[in-house]
Every structure is written in C-alpha cells, then in structure tokens.
Design a protein around this ligand. Structure first.
Ligand code: HDE
Length: 734
C-alpha cells in the first residue's frame, strides 16, 4: 500500500523542532523572579509605601475611619476575594512535575507519530498525579484510584494521556460517569465522608452496577494505597488507535511501568499518614526530584491489528477489561523521566488542563464508549474551572505554533497581527495544512448501522476478569483485598449494602465472600453465584514488578539517636545512606544538639521523636551507645517507633547496644538477633551485636567489613517490606 504520509511530513516536522527544553524556555517568558531589589507595586505598577495600613482619617493618637478611596487597599482585598477557582470535579487533589519523554525503539511499524518513532527526540512533558474522590485539601494516602496524567509538548502539538494507576474503569459508557462519581464522593445529605470509598453509597452503586466489579477489586488491592507516585504504573485505560505510514490502523493501550517497582503502603500506615502527613505523596515526589533521584517509567504499548478486533472473548473497546499480557504482550519502547519541580503550584499544577481529545497525527481514537464521552468532558470542564482561552495559559500552550482564527473571548491575551480573521481569505493566511505539511490524518473508517442505545454482547460479561484478577494475586495481596473489603463494608451501616455486597463477592470467589462476610457480620454464603474459572494472567499482581535492581535510592531512612549515641556507627550509616542516594533522617529525643558518646561529636537532628513518625520513613537504623540506648529504652515514643516500623513490615537495623533495644521493643522469639560481632538478618531485622563494650575500631567494620552489615540492611530496605512477618502473623503481635 502506498504511504499516506509522504517523507516531507517528517522533514516539515524536523524543520520546526526546537531544543529539548522548549517548554521550560517557553514558560520563562511568563516567569517572574522575586528579589530584594524589587519594590512593592499595585497591579497597575505604581509603587506602594506600605502593605500594612489602610488610608484613614486619624486624629491625634486615635485611629479614625478608613477611607474607601484608598485604591491600594481596595485592590489588595478585591484580588484576595477572587483567588479561588473551582477545584476539579474529580481528581481535585494532586501534584505535578516536569520531565522528558524519549522513545528508544521506533514504533514506526504501527504509527507515523514522530513522538513515538523519532529516537533522536526528547519531548518535554508535564505530569500530574492525583487522587479521585477527595477535595483539593484532602489527604494523599487515602484508599483511592490515582490519576496519572501526562501532557507531551510535541512538535506536532500537545498530546495528553490522561490515565490512572489501575488499567480498568468502573463503567463502560461515559453516560454513567456522574453516577459513579456521585456515589463515591461524600454523601449529599451531610457531605460525609471525605476522600473515602468506605460508605453506603459507594458500595450500593458497586452492587447495583455490576460492570464495576472488576475495577473495585483493583481499588481494594494494594494499588489503591501506593507508597509513592513514583512507584505506581500508569495506564491510558481507554483503547486508542495508531495509524502508520501505510495507512494501517492498530488498536493500542498505553502503559507506564516504574523503574523503582510497584510498591504500596500497608493499610494501617496509610490511615495514620492521612493524619500525620496529609501531603506525604506530594512531598515524596518533590523531595526525590530535589535530590536528583529522578523518577523514571518505561513506556509501553499493547497493540492489536485492526483485523483482530473481534478475536478476543472480551470486547477490546470495553474499558472494564484488561488485555492480558499472554494475549497481547506489552512492548516497551520509551522512557519517561521527571526531573524538575514546578516553580508555582497554582499557575502550573492547578491550571494545567488535560484533554483526552488532544492527540497528534498518527494517534487517534477508537469507538470505546468511555473514551468518546471523555473526549467531550475534559474540554468542557476546563471552561467552568479555568474559563475560555484556557489553552493560552502558559502551562497549557503548545511549544509548536498555534495558528488559527479562534478569537476573542474573556481574557484573550495573544495579539494576532493581520487584517483577516476568517478562511478562506485573499491572503491565504492560516491556510489548512496538507498531509504533506503535517495535517492531522483522519482514518477513513467505514461505519454503517442503526442509531440505538446499545452495547455489544461482550460488554455484558462483568465477572470473568474480576476472577482473573483475584486468581492472579499473591497470598499476601489476597489477604489485603479481603481486609480492605472488610474495612470498607464495616463502614457501611446499612445491612442491605453489606449483605448484598457479600453476595456479589460470590460472583468472584466463595472463599473471599465467606471471609468478608465473617468479618462484617453478614450472612456467610455457602455457595458461589458462579464457579471461579481458575485462570490467572501475568502483570496483574504488583509483585511481578519488583524493580530492575533492588535499590535504596530515594528511600527515607531514620537514624534514631539520643545523647551518648555511638558516633562511628552513626557516621558510617549516615555516609552510606547518602552515598546510596537515599535520605538519612536523623530523629532525636529532641531537635536541639545531641552529643555522641565521648563528647567528640554531635548532631542536630532533622526531627524529634514526637514531631515525626515511623510511618513517614521506609526503614530505621539505631546505632548503639550505652547512654543513648538506655534513654531510648525508657522513652515510650522511641519504643513505639520500633514496634510500629516492625508492624508495618519495614527494615530495621541496629548495632551494639541497640540490638537489645530492638529485642525489648519487638519481643518476639521468632526474630533472631545478633548477640555477637556477627551480622544477622531475621525477618528484615538486621543486627550487629557486640560481646564486649563497644570499641570504635570494631564498629568501623560496618563501613568496610566483609559480611557487611550495611549491605544486608540495605538489601532488606530494597525489598520494600518484609512480607514474611505478615505471612507468619508477627506484624500484628507488636
Ligand atoms: Fe477523568 N475527568 N473522566 N478519568 N480524569 C477529569 O477533567 C471523566 C476517567 C482522569 O490531573 C475531569 O480536567 C469522564 C478514566 C484523570 O488534571 C473531567 C469519564 C480515567 C484526571 C473528567 C472519566 C480518568 C481526570 C475533571 C468517564 C483514567 C485528572 C477535571 C467517561 C484513564 C487530570 C478535568 C488532571 C479528570 C471526566 C473517566 C482519569 C470531569 C466523563 C477512565 C487522571 O473532565
């Protein structure tokens, strides 16, 4: 077949290509730097002598009435009064960062889009992560689906993948979106609960709307409580299409898989963090980028040739279904990296506007009924959130030229020179592009049918992949799903809701339904609504994405000290943690100076034990030092730190006298601790005891030694959590 995309297309594109950080230099035109040289002015540029006193009539020593004539004061109050814009109707809570995208293996067999074929290109991106249900000020670590929205500023225009960390959705047809969101958001009579799916209405809807079954299983899995935005996958969810130069069309799904592996919090930790550090994920992303530990994802595509559309026992346009890896393997072709924090939250993260309808030549839509509705919604919602001309906002404008006759409207700020604003015109200004010049190519799809409110028969099957998901989980993951369902249904007061939901679970797995029923006080079912087909699929369990090389990079490691701590163990650990690009956080009994044993050195801790919590770190290290250990042993909060970290399955390292401290805190005979100078690892607790009073020389081996304490400890941290503790039920005994 002859190419529909002539070579000149690519030439035309490279001619307009700029430098790789185009978006950042584009934004700099609108960026102001505050400095001590600048003087306070009004919005109209007049310098002001005070920001403190309204103009008044004052008599002697008394303060008199304020004058409405004061334009400076009025401007300040008026500007303040209008600072808020509506928050996003969903995904209101989020955070974003800049980065770059690079394709390392051309996908030219399936698309002519240079962003996916040109391996010499770096495309600037902005990514926003979010939760779905909570308001803008809600907590980061709640159980919810996470948004993963990517704006590629390509040379052919903006391309947005507005994805989630879960590959399927609750509904098949966009018309149901208001219902599923109303059911999940706070209830209408009292606006309770905030950012939670654990309530009557959410579960009432899940029961009544059976196509949600697959998705709620994902939301109840550990994917619903990620450890970090940097440790979750991103999925475009909807089925898009790719068009190649030969004019052939393929169906496609887009996937991002994190370099660091897919990892989650444990539920108790997520709950506590919601109160202890509601900005946990926001800070985590900013901190990693700040420290140069740039998060990275492999970018993959799953591709189905048009001719194979109907070869599957599910409809490939149904967003409640995954394309199992065994049938459609993911082909990883590129890399996404985030490497720059925003300069200002509102003008960048809050004002960024994503639209599924924003695609570039070579990428198109399918008849996925969810996607088609989304293509309307995103464009529309930006009007009530940002107003018309939102595309002109610095964060939203493309890096390539925008040339058209869209004009005027509130807050228009582009000034276009020229005497005509219509096409056709006598000057041929803003002439439509040919395909050779890079004009968007619409795929000539043959469509015939009757108008009807209907879906294909395969859309009516709602349980098979929910079973597939459940069957593909590891025992730990199943345990977590069971507990999550038990938690959620415990928050549903209406017996109709939890009784019926337990019944629904028998459509997935009888054992699951029985375990949940027992916990929530529902009638325990004795038979399944349908048999479990027993099939499993790859890539559903998050344990299958452990991360390429175990690493401590970007993990927060607390070093707990009191006066009299062992300075050599401390320094060795601190140095090695920093060298590994992890974050050492010194936690003291106080934040003022803490002096090491011998008095030769001291440290000012980053936080004190009351001010910070174990939930905010990935691992603990406690150096010995007799006085320090004795102080910590008498400090309930210190003991709680160790117990809680153990309960949350985190790696714990201790040397010298601190081994005894861990023994006291954990108090479980199953956990074997080192009693001598040998390094021991047991249930992710790594210890190096000592037979004789601590000698500095001996502990220096921590840094240099052969069976290296730090190596063992870091390996335990890199495993993310010690699941053996949970399998053996130890975590709940501390
Ligand atoms: Fe969205 N969604 N959505 N959604 N969505 C919005 O657009 C909508 C869906 C997703 O960081 C809104 O700009 C409909 C699936 C993300 O700014 C709104 C339907 C997926 C974000 C909207 C869906 C998503 C949004 C609200 C069903 C995963 C945050 C604010 C047909 C693939 C983007 C906004 C950001 C935001 C509508 C379903 C992901 C109202 C109608 C499926 C990540 O337009």
């Amino acid at each position: 077949m002859a190419s529909i995309i002539p070579d000149t297309f690519h030439k035309a594109q490279s001619a307009i290509m700029g430098s790789k950080d185009d978006k950042i230099s584009d934004l700099s035109q609108d960026t102001k730097q505050m400095s001590e040289k600048g003087r306070l002015t009004t919005d109209y540029g007049v310098k002001q002598t005070t920001a403190d006193d309204w103009l008044k009539v004052v008599s002697e020593d008394k303060t008199g009435p304020m004058l409405l004539e004061d334009p400076f004061a009025r401007e300040r109050i008026h500007r303040f009064d209008h600072e808020r814009i509506p928050e996003r109707v969903v995904h209101a809570r989020g955070t974003g960062a800049f980065g770059k995208f690079k394709v390392y293996e051309s996908a030219e067999d399936v698309t002519f889009a240079p962003v996916l074929t040109d391996t010499s290109r770096e495309t600037p991106v902005f990514v926003r992560f979010s939760t779905v249900l909570g308001s803008r000020g809600s907590a980061d670590t709640v159980r919810d689906v996470r948004g993963f929205a990517v704006k590629f500023y390509t040379q052919e225009g903006n391309w947005d993948i507005v994805g989630n960390d879960i590959p399927v959705f609750f509904i098949q047809d966009a018309i149901k979106f208001p219902d599923v969101i109303h059911a999940g958001k706070p209830e209408p009579h009292n606006e309770v609960p905030q950012a939670q799916s654990a309530h009557n209405n959410f579960w009432d809807f899940q029961f009544n709307h059976t196509e949600a079954t697959h998705m709620f299983m994902w939301a109840m899995s550990d994917r619903g409580i990620p450890r970090s935005y940097r440790m979750m996958q991103g999925f475009g969810v909807n089925t898009f299409t790719l068009l190649n130069a030969r004019g052939e069309r393929h169906f496609v799904k887009f996937i991002f898989t994190p370099e660091l592996g897919v990892h989650s919090l444990v539920w108790d930790e997520a709950l506590k963090l919601a109160g202890q550090d509601p900005d946990f994920h926001r800070k985590d992303l900013g901190e990693a980028i700040e420290n140069g530990a740039f998060p990275k994802w492999k970018f993959g595509i799953q591709v189905i040739p048009e001719a194979d559309e109907h070869k599957f026992d599910f409809d490939i346009l149904d967003a409640t279904k995954v394309w199992p890896e065994e049938l459609v393997p993911t082909r990883y072709i590129g890399e996404l990296e985030l490497n720059r924090n925003v300069d200002e939250f509102f003008t960048q993260t809050e004002q960024v506007a994503f639209c599924t309808s924003h695609v570039v030549p070579g990428i198109g839509f399918s008849n996925d009924p969810l996607l088609q509705g989304r293509n309307f919604s995103y464009f529309d919602t930006q009007l009530s959130r940002l107003g018309t001309n939102w595309q002109e906002l610095p964060i939203n404008r493309p890096v390539c030229p925008v040339i058209n006759f869209n004009r005027d409207g509130a807050m228009r700020h582009t000034i276009t020179k020229g005497t005509v604003n219509y096409w056709p015109n006598r000057f041929e200004h803003s002439k439509p592009a040919t395909h050779e010049e890079g004009g968007y190519v619409e795929y000539a799809e043959k469509v015939a049918g009757i108008k009807a409110r209907a879906r294909s028969a395969k859309f009516r099957e709602h349980f098979s992949q929910a079973q597939l998901f459940w069957n593909s989980m590891s025992p730990i993951e199943r345990n977590h799903i069971t507990n999550a369902l038990a938690f959620e249904l415990d928050h549903c007061e209406d017996p109709v809701v939890y009784e019926r939901m337990v019944n629904r679970l028998t459509d997935i797995d009888l054992g699951l339904a029985q375990a949940v029923a027992e916990m929530v006080g529902a009638e325990v079912p004795t038979k399944a609504n349908r048999p479990n087909h027993g099939l499993r699929a790859l890539g559903l369990s998050q344990t299958e994405f452990p991360g390429a090389t175990p690493t401590i990079k970007s993990r927060r490691i607390a070093i707990i000290v009191a006066d009299g701590y062992d300075p050599v163990a401390y320094a060795a650990a601190y140095g090695a943690i920093s060298a590994g690009m992890a974050i050492p956080l010194v936690i003291g009994t106080k934040r003022s100076k803490i002096t090491a044993a011998g008095g030769s050195s001291s440290v000012r801790p980053h936080h004190h034990l009351e001010g910070f919590r174990s939930t905010m770190v990935d691992a603990l290290f406690i150096p010995g030092g007799e006085q320090s250990v004795n102080t910590l042993a008498k400090n309930g909060r210190a003991m709680h730190w160790i117990r809680e970290a153990f309960g949350h399955l985190k790696a714990i390292g201790a040397t010298g006298g601190a081994v005894e401290l861990v023994r006291l805190a954990v108090a479980l005979p199953q956990v074997t601790l080192s009693a001598s100078g040998d390094v021991m690892e047991s249930y992710g607790v790594v210890t190096l005891g000592q037979t004789k009073p601590e000698s500095l020389g001996e502990v220096v081996q921590i840094a240099k030694g052969s069976k290296n304490f730090l190596e063992e400890f870091f390996f335990a941290i890199a495993q993310h959590r010690n699941w053996d503790r949970e399998l053996d039920g130890l975590h709940s005994q501390v």
